[in-house]
Design a protein around this ligand. Structure first.
Ligand SMILES: Cc1cc2nc3c(=O)[nH]c(=O)nc-3n(C[C@H](O)[C@H](O)[C@H](O)COP(=O)(O)O)c2cc1C
Ligand code: SF4
Length: 491
């Protein structure tokens, strides 16, 4: 696994240099919200044992979390068919023997005797859309990479999972690593690539270990390397360790990170599908997206398409934070009302009154309770200023005030900004400071109210990537759905 040999200037972009071990308390949003029930934890955050800030350990089901305490979340399937959690709900398949015993690597055998275009057609027909945030049609992206005239192409599994509240990819990588490898090798064959990378955040040491072991097993069994399973197709996959930067999950920053450059987002077009890693056509897909591929190949695109609704087909794994009565990882079908997720699957909050939901990470719109009847789907959530995003679902209760929430989210944004765009670099920290002052000293001035609105507008219009734009979406949803709370913030 690579921690790259980075120059000091590049290294300074990362909060957790890979060479160092780190320990401490998670400062992600799910843990911040859980502190309202564990006030003694605030002291730990106020005086961290070191200056390394950890944003999300993927333990949001047991928040407030530390690097030390480890427990597996509850898991369940609320769909007609389990796909991404198929083996996880049965305890996982961490070894090659177990994965094969449960039908694993059959999809790659089926794929290798098909023409690549036929595999792409199946992925297109399945209606699968990216599970990493943007919901881009997966087959369409594969077709674009496949159509590039280049002798060298890459495939990348994005396992950075930086969104606080999301721990879906973590458990797929830990408990079902061969499924990700199988999905990635099929993707490589379909688009004409011979090299792949799996980028895993360093906050997930168990996922690294599981993937490292699984890659070794796959190499020994000729599922990787020259002539995969005796075919003429060759494929090698390398594991890359993130170094504690949320921005690296953004696909173009991720490419720069693997190249050993400053992990800043790049201007698009050109898209990675045309000009990606080292300037070569590159397919970047999320871990859960790729984990759906073997099932689609084994069961057919129509079986997948039957699940879900409207333009959101198939299933989605969601992760519920610790404030729910039943926090955990659940596979649902698209189309289920958000209220069913909150009350039926999550069992409501274990204490207090729900004040809102943050779906898909802190950089998206907040949903107030009166909108919980909305179906869980890409377009449906978008229509109310929210997003499916990564699938993390964070509930917050009335122990957290809106100014506290704004301060936390903007402080996170400011800390993680890659710094390339002025509204994101300067504006996010300005808003964080403004709301810190409001929390400490009471309502801000009318001038500050205008300034906050102007910064939100600048973030929305002049951000190069989803980090700055997501901060704007979060703020706009607060402006829209919590006007009474905001009114009290300014004189
Ligand atoms: C700030 C930021 C962070 C992101 N983090 C992740 C991440 O951790 N994992 C991920 O799969 N996608 C992440 N994305 C989305 C990726 O840029 C990209 O859309 C995705 O990996 C593509 O895969 P998909 O089409 O399978 O969803 C992030 C985007 C932004 C703007
Ligand atoms: S929006 Fe923020 S994180 Fe994204 S490129 Fe601009 S400065 Fe970097």
């Amino acid at each position: 696994m690579k921690p790259y040999n980075l120059s000091p200037a590049t290294q300074s972009f990362y909060h957790l240099p890979a060479a160092e071990t780190f320990s401490g308390h998670c400062r992600g949003l799910a843990c911040f919200l859980a502190l309202s029930r564990h006030p003694q934890g605030r002291q730990n955050l106020a005086s961290p044992p070191h200056d390394r800030r950890i944003h999300c350990l993927g333990k949001c089901y047991a928040a407030p979390a530390t690097t030390i305490v480890e427990q597996r979340p509850a898991m369940g399937v609320f769909a007609r068919q389990a796909i991404a959690l198929e083996r996880l709900v049965r305890g996982g398949a961490r070894t090659l023997t177990e994965y094969r015993r449960q039908g694993g690597y059959r999809a790659i055998e089926l794929a290798l005797v098909l023409p690549p275009q036929e595999i792409i057609r199946q992925v297109v027909d399945s209606g699968l859309r990216g599970r990493g945030g943007a919901g881009f049609p997966t087959g369409k992206k594969w077709r674009t990479v496949s159509g590039q005239l280049s002798t060298e192409k890459f495939v990348i599994a994005n396992g950075d999972e930086g969104d606080p509240g999301a721990y879906i990819d973590r458990f797929i990588m830990e408990d079902d690593p061969h499924c990700l490898i199988e999905g990635l090798v099929i993707a490589a064959y379909a688009v004409g690539a011979n090299r792949g990378h799996i980028y895993v955040r360093c906050e997930y040491p168990r996922a690294h270990a599981a993937l490292q072991a699984a890659l070794g097993e796959a190499r020994r069994d000729h599922l990787l390397g020259d002539g995969v399973l005796g075919s003429s197709f060759s494929c090698e996959i390398e594991l890359v360790q993130g170094q504690g930067s949320y921005a690296c999950g953004e696909e173009t920053a991720l490419l720069s990170s693997i190249e050993g450059n400053r992990p800043e987002a790049r201007l698009r077009p050109p898209y990675p599908a045309e000009y990606g890693l080292f300037g070569k056509p590159t397919l970047v897909n999320n871990v859960e997206t790729l984990a759906n591929i073997p099932w689609i190949l084994r069961n057919g695109s129509q079986a997948y398409r039957k699940l879900g609704f409207a333009n959101s087909r198939g299933t989605k794994v969601i992760s519920l934070n610790s404030l729910f009565r039943r926090p955990g990882l659940y596979e649902i079908e698209f189309g289920v009302p958000v209220r069913t997720i909150v009350d039926g699957i999550g069992g409501g909050l274990s204490a207090g009154n729900i004040k809102g939901l943050i779906i898909g990470g802190p950089l998206s719109g907040v949903i107030p309770p009166h909108l919980f009847d909305i179906p869980f789907g890409f377009e449906e959530l978008h229509a109310i200023g929210a997003a499916v995003g990564h699938g993390g679902i964070i509930a917050f209760d009335d122990n957290t005030s809106i100014p506290q929430l704004i301060h936390h989210v903007f402080e996170f944004g400011a800390f993680e900004s890659c710094g390339r765009c002025t509204p994101c670099r300067v504006g996010s920290s300005r808003i964080a400071r403004m709301f810190m002052k409001i929390l400490d000293h009471g309502p801000g001035s009318a001038l500050e109210r205008t300034e906050w609105q102007d910064i939100v507008s600048a973030l929305s219009q002049a951000s190069l990537c989803g980090l700055g734009m997501g901060l704007a979406e979060f703020a706009q949803s607060i402006l829209r759905y919590y006007p009474g709370d905001l009114k009290k913030c300014f004189a």
